[in-house]
Write a protein that binds this ligand. Structure first.
Ligand SMILES: [Mg+2]
Length: 297
């Protein structure tokens, strides 16, 4: 991008000093005042043109929004609150200042929705149009803020398995416009005994398997209880239940905990042993097989 200094100057006008931020972009490093009694959580996530978005059809505001919100969804998955974020941009040759500003606006607005300031970052531009496409990398810092972080490893036999919303068909648009479930996670973890949690980026069948492996348990899901998003119902090709189990990028939360949590949707329960199973009309089969029925046969 020509005008990189103009972009950095623009970014600096977008920042303000508040909350944990003592010094934002402009010096060699930002300064944060972390909260003494809190655990600090940290993570990183990258979105790539052609993999997580398509810059030929998706506006830069939505690309920036998705990049930030994927990180905020990981904060939600541990029932934490965001503290601040850092952004690294790899821009294609010929990116205009206006495009970079719009991308940044998407990142910033998504962060602002959860009081998460962007306190620094780095921008690089590929040398020629043939070499590189847009990549947006976000480092996120979070804090426990009075709630013990919920890990993937705490699920216990006879816990119930819940999700926070309908699943499937996110490719119709929700993969760009979802809202991270930070408020929901905080409310749930404050009110109830939540034993494990993960955000649904790869689809219920894969993400619940991650959670079960970390916890050393199995799970059985009742197909009739899985909430299917209207987007998945409207789509051609694979069946709505297959989409709900495997499409991914729902960014709802999947968690285990005590029975009777009315604020979420119970879809099954934790069992001894290993493996994730789904029951359809009393017939039990491996959930991966159900999720990819057409792909395997
Ligand atoms: Mg995650």
């Amino acid at each position: 991008m020509s005008g990189e200094f103009d972009f950095i100057a623009h970014v600096r006008t977008q920042q303000h000093i508040a909350g944990p931020v003592v010094l934002a972009a402009g010096d060699d490093l930002a300064i944060l005042k972390l909260f003494e009694l809190d655990a600090t959580l940290v993570g990183i996530d990258q979105v790539l043109d052609g993999v997580h978005f398509d810059s030929s059809i998706h506006p830069p505001e939505l690309i920036g929004r998705k990049a930030m919100n994927r990180n905020l969804s990981d904060i939600a998955a541990m029932a934490a609150l965001p503290t601040a974020a850092l952004v690294s941009l790899a821009l294609p040759a010929g990116t205009t200042l206006d495009y970079a500003k719009r991308l940044y606006a998407g990142l910033k607005d998504a962060g602002n929705a959860f009081d998460c300031a962007i306190v620094g970052g780095d921008t690089g531009t590929w040398a020629s149009a043939s070499t590189g496409r847009l990549a947006v990398t976000v480092v996120i810092l979070g804090r426990s803020a009075g709630v013990t972080p919920v890990r993937r490893s705490g699920a216990r036999v006879d816990d119930h398995v819940y999700v926070t919303g309908p699943l499937g068909g996110s490719i119709a648009g929700r993969h760009l416009t979802f809202v991270p479930r930070i408020r929901e996670a905080r409310a749930l973890a404050t009110r109830y005994k939540i034993t494990s949690m993960i955000d649904l980026s790869d689809g219920l069948s894969r993400d619940l398997a991650h959670l079960c492996i970390e916890s050393g348990v199995g799970a059985v899901i009742d197909a009739s209880l899985v909430p299917i998003h209207i987007d998945a119902v409207a789509m051609k090709g694979r069946s709505p239940i297959e989409r709900a189990l495997s499409d991914g990028e729902d960014y709802e939360l999947c968690f285990t905990g005590e029975p009777g949590i009315a604020e979420a949707i119970c879809v099954g329960r934790v069992i001894a042993g290993d493996g994730v199973w789904i029951e359809t009309d009393g017939r039990r089969e491996p959930m991966m097989a159900k999720a990819f029925e057409h792909a395997i046969g």
